[in-house]
Design a protein around this ligand. Structure first.
Ligand SMILES: Nc1ncnc2c1ncn2[C@@H]1O[C@H](COP(=O)(O)OP(=O)(O)OP(=O)(O)O)[C@@H](O)[C@H]1O
Ligand SMILES: [Mn+2]
Length: 366
């Protein structure tokens, strides 16, 4: 990835699999198709001893930074609910709980769709006493307690759901969670955070500009960095990815600074995906619907799953090897195939519109 880092790693006999993986991150993808290191780092995160745990600063919901031997780290999101618990009907997208299994499923889906823009994520069950409580320190320790049902619980400190009423509880002291491979530190590979042009309002009564302005895409596509290169196409991919998973929480996205603008957008933070299996949130597709734009290779992948082995089957099979499988409630898998048809319908309408622009203008007038 960068020269100094390369020298550091090659000069070091015991480079971890994660360091090797980070070193291979390229301008257009996190890892190559079929990269063996992906399986290696998943295995490491699943089986390596946990040396230290601390709460991640910032962010709204509780996350832990896990330290393994050799400086390897992972980002842990805890399980809160069973797989079939849906987003509460009166919750907005911005007050939805994060789901650890959504992070696992999203990594697999991102890989299956050929994006390779999400860091590898694996499930694991922890002993809360020996693998969290005994290896952490500071304020978080004061938030541990035993619940009336005799389960070991903690809530940590954060701005959303870090209180006794929303504690994370083991069964009785075993806790499942997702472990995302850590991105290279910002000293080595600084990231740029971008405001997503189709960001939601994050307010219960306000609408965002894209919801009010019918020609919003014209504004975006004439504004750098969306006016040239791959960036707008990446946002179209992200919109399809998020529509398939039902993730309404794409407020920002990140890129690696060293690659400039002609690089891929990271698929980070899928914790609020897979919340509503029986509802398809069409507004997540707004970027694609408003711009009528899709990458040729993305369309080819979508058609492959539509015409061949269904996306749900390929995803189910991919996730089967995860230690906490099954990862998704079946209706979420069924939703994927249904939503794929919706995406293809939207693209078909765009093609028809492009083939007959005059007719369309007439339709608009009439
Ligand atoms: N795999 C990772 N390795 C290192 N850092 C990460 C990783 N994934 C995410 N981060 C960093 O941690 C931040 C918070 O992660 P994430 O977005 O998943 O949590 P969050 O609580 O949902 O945050 P927010 O409330 O801001 O959306 C991200 O913005 C990102 O910079
Ligand atoms: Mn988030």
């Amino acid at each position: 990835m960068i020269v100094i880092y390369a020298i550091m790693i090659t000069g070091c006999i015991n480079a971890s699999n994660l360091e090797k993986f980070q070193l291979k991150i390229a301008q257009h993808e996190l890892y190559e198709d079929g990269e063996k290191l992906v399986e290696d780092i998943l295995k490491d995160m699943e089986t390596s001893p946990i040396l230290h745990v601390e709460q991640k600063e910032g962010g709204t919901q509780l996350k832990l930074i896990i330290d393994y031997p050799n400086g390897v780290q992972a980002l842990f999101k805890p399980m809160r609910f069973a797989r079939d618990v849906q987003t509460l009907p009166n919750h907005f997208y911005f007050s939805d709980y994060e789901r650890h299994n959504a992070e696992i499923a999203a990594f697999h889906l991102d890989r299956i769709l050929g994006f390779r823009r999400a860091m590898p994520v694996v499930g694991r069950v922890l002993n809360m006493t020996t693998e969290i409580y005994d290896v952490t320190e500071g304020d978080i320790l004061k938030t541990f307690f035993v619940s009336p049902a005799n389960n070991f619980c903690f809530h940590g400190k954060c701005s959303y759901y870090c209180d006794t009423g929303h504690a994370i509880c083991g069964n009785p002291d075993m806790l499942e969670g997702s472990f995302a491979a850590f991105l290279p530190s910002s000293d080595l590979a600084e990231r740029k955070v971008w405001r997503h042009p189709w960001r939601r309002s994050y307010h219960k009564r306000r609408k965002a500009q894209w919801e009010l302005q019918s020609d919003y895409c014209d504004t975006v596509r004439t504004t750098p960095p969306y006016d040239s290169g791959r960036r707008l196409l990446d946002l179209m991919d992200m919109s399809i990815f998020d529509f398939l998973t039902g993730n309404m929480d794409r407020h920002h996205y990140e890129t690696f600074k060293m690659f400039g603008n002609e690089t891929f957008t990271l698929h980070l933070d899928q914790g609020r995906a897979f919340g509503k299996a029986l509802h398809d949130e069409l507004s997540i597709l707004a970027p694609l619907l408003q711009c009528c734009l899709v990458r040729h290779t993305t369309l080819a992948v979508l058609l492959k799953y539509h015409n061949g082995v269904p996306l749900s089957s390929v995803l189910r099979e991919s996730m089967r090897v995860d230690p906490v499988s099954p990862i998704l409630w079946e209706p979420h898998l069924a939703a994927l195939d249904r939503r794929l048809v919706t995406v293809l319908d939207a693209i078909r309408k765009c093609v028809e519109k492009a083939e007959n622009p005059l007719q369309n203008e007439l339709n608009d007038i009439v």
